[in-house]
Design a protein around this ligand. Structure first.
Ligand SMILES: Nc1ncnc2c1ncn2[C@@H]1O[C@H](COP(=O)(O)OP(=O)(O)OP(=O)(O)O)[C@@H](O)[C@H]1O
Ligand SMILES: [Mg+2]
Length: 490
């Protein structure tokens, strides 16, 4: 006869009550003996065993993979008989998956065995001092099955659940954009950036090189293992604002179907927080630190300036004390380096770390040495090749009479792809490819004029005559040519 779960529940409650009374009135030693017999009695009357799968196992930082897999597996079975369900809307509202709410129960049948799953949580009584999930609820799934099925459950059923869960997760994987905000954990939204390597304007050879690099990386699991390196790769994207650094990160994520973790440095208190955040990232992801030169005092210069300003107001003793207090709390360059390629970096795999900066010359060489930032990619002003991609994308035009004029003008001016794109965009229904290209020519001519004026102004203030300034300008133009899209990578 199969025992009803509620019957078992009430019987256990009575036994627990008796036990509580017992503990109060009997001495400790006697209590220990009775405890042993009590356990035996309990296992004798209760033919069921339970196995708990916690969201965070022991002292682990990471969410348990088994917990996520079970969650996915149960989501496919949970609609049967469960009254309270959580709805998770997927992929642009095209699909929805239901998971069980807390304390709901799902019954699963497998090879003639019945398995009960309950989702539960431990609510902390008071704030724990040293736990990772300080004061947070700890969730777990409880599996209940008959004692005689124990081996089959642990050897066959649980692996089956985990495999199924993984397969469902792969099928329904959605790219996410995570941010750390003001906390030491990540929150996310769905990542739906339209930038791809097709829409990214840059020299085709360079684009191919980057794509090859990425594809080689994702197929090199065994290689990284063989050479004894953590499976991760660092990219440094540098160049002036509006040259496509952020667009490239989005294109990378879309190419590889990776999540993006956009690390907001200013909200990271210290090295421990940084480590927590990095450990909390999942594999197949890109960890992005934008504008690394502005984010933190990693160059040593920004902080110095600030300190100089404050110096007059504070006396030396106050200052020393403040600095002492700050020490050990702040995020430091060495903390960052340690997190990127120290021992901690090997936790988790298949990760790209991307830094962006407008001022590569300001960065500490230790930060961008090869091995940390393996590939340096310069994104620069618009050259003719870049323009051709934009013209094709924005106007569907592959050749035009104005192309040669534009090619010459691009060699003489520094204009960002963002500005070119803006000019090529149709702003009204009347505009067509012709009018947009004419707009661009105008913009290029005025940019050229501005640059010339600037050179003249600078030279006259240096005491050079305006005629020779123009000559100088022509010379530099001839020399500069297409300096833009050269990749200084390995
Ligand atoms: N190489 C490019 N290819 C296609 N579009 C580009 C490119 N560069 C810039 N753009 C356009 O300009 C806009 C701004 O580019 P993006 O945000 O990628 O620049 P950025 O280099 O990250 O600038 P910042 O340094 O200011 O962050 C994009 O939305 C995109 O439309
Ligand atoms: Mg950007």
């Amino acid at each position: 006869m199969m025992w009803d779960m509620t019957q078992i529940g009430s019987m256990m409650a009575s036994v627990m009550f008796v036990w509580a009374i017992f503990q109060q009135y009997f001495p400790e030693e006697l209590g220990m003996h009775i405890k042993q017999y009590f356990r035996k009695l309990l296992s004798f009357v209760n033919p069921y065993i339970t196995i708990n799968f916690h969201e965070y196992q022991g002292d682990e930082y990471e969410r348990s993979k088994a917990y996520s897999s079970i969650e996915r597996y149960l989501s496919t079975n949970s609609s049967n008989g469960v009254k309270r369900l959580k709805a998770n809307v997927l992929k642009n509202r095209k699909s929805i998956f239901l998971s069980m709410e807390d304390y709901e129960e799902v019954i699963d049948e497998f090879q003639g065995m019945t398995i009960w799953w309950t989702s539960s949580k431990i609510v902390p009584q008071r704030q724990a001092l040293f736990s990772y999930n300080d004061g947070e609820e700890k969730r777990y799934y409880k599996l209940t099955c008959h004692r005689k099925h124990k081996d089959a459950i642990t050897n066959v059923y649980v692996p089956h659940v985990l495999d199924e869960g993984d397969a469902i997760a792969k099928k329904t994987r959605q790219q996410k954009l995570y941010t750390n905000g003001r906390k030491t954990s990540w929150s996310h939204i769905l990542f739906e950036h339209p930038s791809t390597f097709d829409t990214l304007a840059m020299h085709p050879d360079k684009k191919k090189d980057i794509m090859n690099d990425l594809m080689t990386f994702i197929e090199s699991k065994e290689y990284y293992k063989k050479v004894g390196k953590a499976w991760k790769r660092g990219y440094l994207l540098y160049g002036p604002p509006g040259t496509g650094k952020s667009s490239m990160i989005a294109a990378m994520a879309n190419l590889l179907n990776y999540h993006i973790y956009d690390l907001e440095f200013t909200s990271v208190k210290d090295n421990t927080d940084l480590r927590k955040l990095l450990i909390g990232t999942s594999s197949k992801s890109i960890i992005v630190i934008e504008d690394i030169d502005c984010s933190l005092d990693l160059t040593g210069q920004r902080k110095k300036k600030k300190r100089e300003n404050n110096e007059e107001e504070e006396n030396p003793v106050q200052k020393k004390e403040k600095e002492k207090k700050k020490k050990g709390k702040e995020m430091t360059l060495s903390g960052l380096l340690n997190s990127i390629d120290g021992l901690w970096s090997a936790c988790g795999s298949e990760r790209l770390i991307v830094f962006t900066t407008n001022h590569v010359e300001k960065l500490d060489p230790a930060l961008i040495r090869r091995g940390r930032m393996d590939k340096h990619i310069e994104l620069s002003y618009c050259c003719f090749e870049t323009f051709k991609v934009l013209a094709k994308n924005y106007l569907d035009v592959e050749s035009h009479d104005l192309f040669s004029t534009i090619s010459c003008l691009l060699e003489e001016t520094n204009i960002t792809p963002a500005d070119v794109a803006e000019n090529l965009m149709r702003k009204s229904a009347e505009e067509n490819a012709d009018s947009c290209l004419k707009e661009l020519v105008k913009a290029l001519e005025s940019a050229k004029e501005k640059t010339m004026m600037k050179v003249v102004e600078e030279s006259t203030s240096d005491g050079i005559s305006s005629d020779s300034a123009y000559e100088q300008m022509e010379d530099t133009d001839a020399e500069s040519g297409d300096s833009g899209d050269e990749d200084s990578s390995d």
